[in-house]
Design a protein around this ligand. Structure first.
Ligand code: ADP
Ligand code: MG
Length: 739
């Protein structure tokens, strides 16, 4: 009965083999201490297995080799010598003809072996006496390693794997797996542990037959147990290249199952969210929203109108919105968030807006309070830098419900902050936050607070499930493959249009040697009434050094541009000073702002039209795009100068060329994904817990469509199969995906 019985998944507690002191064929152990064995050793090995994430038998079964050693064939020594220098390991067998310790150029063991076809030298620079004895003259040895060509000593192997055998001993008929491991877990141990788990773990098919024969028919998936057995212990005639490239049908089955688990998990948490209740806040005419729109000094772009509609519809529903608002830097996401907040406030709820840095949070606060306070809305600011008293006051306003909109940093999610009636939480630059932080803000809605105001108190059981609507915003576009996988549980709205009247930013690459010309350029821009950002190099190794560089740059510019007002902002500045400098720059009291990457996200000063980025080659593409997005916000022609230090590395050159060629955030994200892989995109979303170990979105994206189809069918028709599959693949890790 495929697909119905969940795996019985025993803990591995007492089923592990004791650590071997050398394997049964008598291969040398790991020298002194290897024989200590017994209980202490066993539990420490288990602890290490747990660290690798190998807790259950099925986890071990799904721990797959990264490569193989071919011990299935023997080459005559002469043939092996013939292939020397190809860099490929070979295995030969021969009888020891001499065994001597030589002391020149340093102490080493030199062993010669011979067969009917030739002679070979084995050289060991570190060796135990017992090893030397094992290779006494007359012993037959099976030897595996890379041959180095000729020279004075003839062909030789340095530190080969050596095993005494009886002449003619049978060769294994399977490739030997090499597993990903950590220090302290020898391969021999892993092989035994995994082999044992494989033989005792039943692996019933989790894919129901109608799914295999229906949407997946074209894939012709191999059964999982066969695939696993093949990967752990491939027959010698296997297409080894296909195993290594992971294109073999056995790999395809594994990758498919993994992608399916991901889809099931994401879709199930999405469904679970839809089952929860949230306060419906349909848009109503004549309230704050209407007044705000009427007061806006500009018209929304078509794209903004569209996403505002999408969000309004979500918020009108009695289920929590879980929407990502994506729009390139400068596309106008803030106003969209403000409109959503108005809709919540109109319905009698509070809204919260959380941003990753104080500078950004404060800027949002200034902007939104300037928009909304004239309309009678109390907006409070909550950040770590607030004095205790101010913080208490703000928190009190939030708790009493007097503050309708709270804007801040992580301070918003501290335990001391309680909302009277939180209905909407907005997270700006969402990729900067961890899953836990976003969950915490959502959790700020007290059960009864999130219930409709007129029904508070009634039906507490249902109200306990209520969560606020959630809007996440990001300027980092998610490439399609990621959107389909890691973000499959999100509804996405895209602002694909910039407000009118923007002139595209012109990007130039400038050799660091031409710094004087750059300074001259700054001078000109300021003389024309423009403002300038000067971004200091990123120094990842040392924050102190980065600070020092920023201060030096600041002093150089102050000296070089005596008639201009230059400011400096960096991460170590006390928040109040930081805010003061930003305020001065916003108000055009400073013409030049020297900054570390603290200005990376969200800062909005339309009059700034020149951006200088020093050592641009040290920044990632996404970062450069964010930085460059600080200019080109007004109608003046804007320029971004990327200064670099020659010579550039190939990837450095590629990155900077990308920046020069395009200002399209999606295109940049796509190339970034190519250059760096998905890991960095996902940031905190998957930190520590790589959801996809086997599938590679660069090569396996085509499988995702199938996984989506199968997931949909399984979720509607085969709930037990869903459980069994998720248990097998995710075990207890699923909660990470729920945010
Ligand atoms: P981002 O999407 O990067 O967060 P912002 O919300 O900071 O962008 O908006 C960038 C700038 O564009 C702001 O100065 C904002 O007031 C302005 N803006 C937003 N929407 C429009 C619009 N429809 N027309 C003109 N200017 C707009
Ligand atoms: Mg923004």
């Amino acid at each position: 009965m495929p697909g119905t019985a969940p795996d019985p998944i025993p803990e591995t507690t007492d089923s592990l083999p004791a650590e071997p002191a050398g394997d049964k064929a008598g291969r040398p152990g790991k020298g002194p201490g290897a024989a200590k064995g017994a209980a202490g050793k066993l539990s420490s090995a288990m602890a290490r297995l747990h660290k690798l994430g190998l807790k259950r038998d099925v986890d071990m079964v799904l721990h797959l080799p990264m490569r193989y050693e071919d011990e299935t064939t023997l080459l005559p020594i002469a043939d092996a010598i013939h292939r020397a220098g190809l860099g490929l390991p070979v295995q030969v067998e021969g009888v020891v003809t001499s065994n001597a310790v030589s002391f020149r150029p340093r102490r080493q063991l030199v062993v010669k072996i011979a067969d009917d076809t030739g002679e070979l030298t084995l050289r060991f620079l570190n060796f135990y006496g017992s090893q030397a004895q094992q290779m006494a003259e007359g012993t037959c040895l099976r030897v595996r390693g890379e041959l180095r060509g000729g020279g004075f000593f003839g062909a030789e192997m340095v530190h080969p794997t050596v095993r005494p055998v009886t002449p003619g001993e049978a060769l294994p008929d399977r490739l030997t797996p090499v597993y990903p491991s950590t220090a302290g877990i020898p391969q021999t141990y892993l092989r035994k542990a995994i082999g044992g788990a494989l033989s005792r773990t039943p692996l019933p098919e989790t894919l129901p037959l109608p799914v295999l024969k229906g949407p997946l028919a074209q894939l012709k998936l191999q059964p999982l147990p066969d695939s696993l057995r093949l990967l752990h212990s491939p027959p010698q005639d296997v297409d080894e290249a296909a195993l290594i490239e992971r294109s073999h049908p056995a790999w395809q089955r594994i990758k498919f199952d993994e992608l399916l688990a991901q889809q099931l998990s994401l879709k199930r948490s999405q469904a679970a969210r839809r089952d929860k209740s949230a306060p419906p806040m349909p848009r109503r005419a004549g309230g704050l929203l209407t007044a705000f729109l009427a007061a806006l000094p500009f018209k929304l772009t078509g794209a903004q109108q569209r996403v505002v509609e999408e969000i309004a519809r979500d918020m009108g529903a009695p289920h929590p919105m879980h929407r990502l608002l994506q729009g390139d830097v400068g596309s106008g996401k803030t106003i969209v968030a403000a409109l959503a907040a108005c809709q919540a406030i109109d319905a009698g709820y509070q809204a919260a807006l959380m941003a990753p840095t104080e500078i950004l949070a404060e800027q949002h606060y200034r902007k939104l309070s300037a928009w909304l306070e004239p309309l009678g809305v109390t907006v409070v600011w909550l950040a770590g830098s607030l004095k205790a008293r101010a913080k208490r006051e703000a928190a009190a306003q939030v708790e009493s419900g007097e503050a309708k909109l709270a804007i801040g940093t992580h301070a918003l999610i501290q335990d001391s902050v309680k909302f009277a009636r939180l209905g909407l939480s907005v997270v700006d630059e969402q990729h900067r936050f961890g899953v836990a932080q976003r969950l915490a803000l959502r959790g700020k809605a007290e059960p009864d607070a999130a219930a409709p105001p007129d029904k508070a108190g009634k039906g507490a059981g249902k109200a306990a499930e209520a969560v606020p609507h959630q809007l996440m915003m990001s300027a980092t576009p998610i490439p399609r493959t990621l959107a389909m996988t890691y973000y499959a549980d999100l509804d996405v709205s895209v602002i694909d249009e910039l407000p009118p009247g923007r002139t595209p930013v012109v990007t130039r690459l400038v050799n660091d040697a031409r710094r004087d010309e750059v300074i001259e350029r700054v001078h000109h821009a300021a003389a024309d009434g423009r403002q300038v950002y000067w971004v200091c190099p990123l120094i990842e190794e040392s924050e102190a050094l980065q600070l020092q560089t920023a201060v030096e740059t600041y002093e150089t510019l102050v000296a070089a541009l005596p008639e201009l007002k230059v400011g400096l902002v960096h991460g170590r500045l006390p928040p109040a000073e930081k805010a003061a400098v930003m305020e001065d720059f916003t108000a055009n009291r400073l013409q030049v702002l020297v900054a570390t990457t603290v200005i990376e996200v969200g800062v909005d000063v339309p009059n700034a039209s020149l951006m200088v980025i020093e050592h641009a080659e040290r920044f990632g593409l996404a970062q450069l795009h964010q930085l460059r997005g600080r200019v080109g916000r007004g109608s003046a022609e804007s320029v971004c100068l990327l200064m670099y230090q020659a010579p550039l590395s190939p990837t450095g050159r590629e990155r900077l060329a990308t920046m020069r060629e395009t200002t399209d955030g999606f295109e940049i994200a796509r190339r970034d994904l190519q250059i760096r892989g998905p890991g960095e995109f996902l940031g905190a979303r998957q930190s520590g817990e790589a959801m996809l170990r086997f599938a590679d979105l660069n090569t396996d994206a085509w499988l995702v469509d199938y996984a989506q189809d199968a997931a949909e069918l399984m979720l509607t028709r085969y709930p037990e199969a869903v459980e069994a599959h998720l248990l097998r693949w995710l075990g207890g890790r699923e909660h990470f995906l729920k945010a």
